[in-house]
Write a protein that binds this ligand. Structure first.
Ligand code: NIG
Length: 411
């Protein structure tokens, strides 16, 4: 089955050249992008879609969410808006509600959140455990996550449960809990922050998870300066997320991690980057606003040569939104990114943070997060003539149509 999309006002590819093409058409064949070229020379296809003079972007790649939860934290949010500061203590509230919810209901709730994200243009999505915090409930969360998300991250090291000894709990996270979640997860994460896991505890978690063959990421530098970024770079983590409070040395370490990487001459169609990936700095603007933290210094990171991602951090405590468009809008209006940079961070940047910006011939995986021939056909058609409208018309729902792996989604 092939689909020809014509009458595109602007095609933002987010490939290596970061092209913005006009007067072009796109052909999808099955799950892949089969052709991009001048509209006048477009080949015939089984089906034709008139884009109606709208803009086409890659689907959003949301590389940081926490969707496996039950319960409500409105009261905590209200208290925060009334002046209380965020502390990670609310995680325990969600853990209680999550443990008390059946598999069926947890799955239903998570699927609803995924559908909400997809209807707003998200076509590739990571989610984490972290509201189970015992062996049984972390394994259950991981299993459910593996049925609803594209990538799953083990976050047993989210909070030391009340009454538990931090050292003993870290042993559990590195031992029996890790073994129980392992069949369902590709990544591991640790909340390395004062009040959560110390540098030593975080190091133990990262070490054990690396030995178990998992890719690594770190929640770091969210509530104050600390060792999170440094540890992430030391362990070669794919991303360090939050990054609100950075010392100059943190920015330098992140930038240095990208020194062997070449954005422009990748093996997969010459469009996906090559060389060893560094550590992506994942900025979470919706979380920053909801917790009234300073916005992550995305501009400074980009200027220093760091690859960044934008993600929703959808979770019940600090960022109860799956709107990547909101993140892009905020990044442009408040973090001083250009529209091109913000869209790139929310598509290609997310793919880079998940190691999915390149195709993989061994297991047949296609690159996501950019529009190029051979890449997965994840397309987001905006109800606007250009991506600039994402920032120019803040708050207006602009998703008109979404294809995920070539399949039209409900919007
Ligand atoms: O990414 N920082 C840690 N974890 C989540 C918050 C979880 C919660 O408060 O429920 C975050 O912001």
């Amino acid at each position: 089955m092939s689909i020809l999309i014509t009458n595109i006002a602007e095609l933002m590819t987010q490939d290596a050249e970061q092209r913005v093409l006009r007067d072009v058409a796109v052909v999808i064949e099955g799950e892949r992008i089969a052709w991009i070229g001048a509209a006048a020379g477009a080949p015939a296809a089984d089906e034709a879609v008139d884009a109606g003079g709208r803009a086409v972007l890659p689907g959003w790649v949301d590389s940081h969410t926490h969707l496996i939860f039950a319960g409500d934290r409105t009261a905590e949010f209200e208290a925060r808006m009334a002046g209380e500061s965020y502390s990670a203590g609310g995680i325990a509230v969600t853990t209680g509600a999550t443990r008390a919810t059946s598999d069926f209901d947890l799955t239903r709730l998570a699927l609803g959140r995924v559908a909400e994200a997809v209807s707003q243009g998200t076509t590739y999505l990571e989610t984490k455990t972290g509201y189970g915090l015992d062996v049984e409930n972390e394994a259950r969360s991981a299993r459910i996550a593996s049925t609803v998300a594209d990538e799953v991250t083990y976050l047993g090291a989210h909070l030391v449960p009340a009454g538990a000894d931090a050292g003993e709990y870290t042993d559990l996270v590195c031992g029996p809990m890790l073994a129980a979640v392992r069949p369902y997860v590709q990544w591991a994460d640790v909340f390395c922050e004062r009040g959560a896991f110390s540098e030593d505890q975080s190091r133990r978690v990262l070490q054990a998870c690396r030995e178990a063959g998992l890719g690594l990421r770190v929640h770091g530098n969210q509530l104050g300066e600390g060792p999170g970024v440094r540890l992430a770079v030391e362990f070669g983590a794919a991303s360090v997320d939050h990054v609100n409070y950075l010392a100059a040395a943190d920015v330098e370490a992140l930038a240095a991690s990208w020194s062997g990487w070449n954005a422009g001459d990748g093996a997969a169609g010459g469009s996906s980057g090559s060389g060893p990936r560094g550590t992506v700095a994942t900025c979470l603007p919706a979380c920053d606003l909801s917790t009234r933290q300073p916005l992550a210094p995305a501009r400074e990171l980009l200027d220093a040569g760091v690859q960044i991602a934008l993600a929703s951090n959808c979770n019940p405590g600090t960022s109860y939104t799956s709107s990547m468009a909101f993140c892009v809008t905020t990044a442009v209006l408040q973090m001083r990114l250009s529209v091109q940079e913000a869209v790139r961070a929310a598509t290609y940047g997310g793919a880079l943070a998940l190691g999915r910006e390149r195709g993989n011939d061994v297991d047949g995986e296609r690159a996501v997060g950019s529009i190029a021939v051979g890449h997965r056909a994840d397309l987001h058609l905006l109800n606007a003539p250009s991506a600039t409208h994402l920032a120019y018309r803040p708050g207006i729902p602009l998703t008109h149509a979404v294809w995920r792996a070539g399949v039209p989604q409900r919007v």
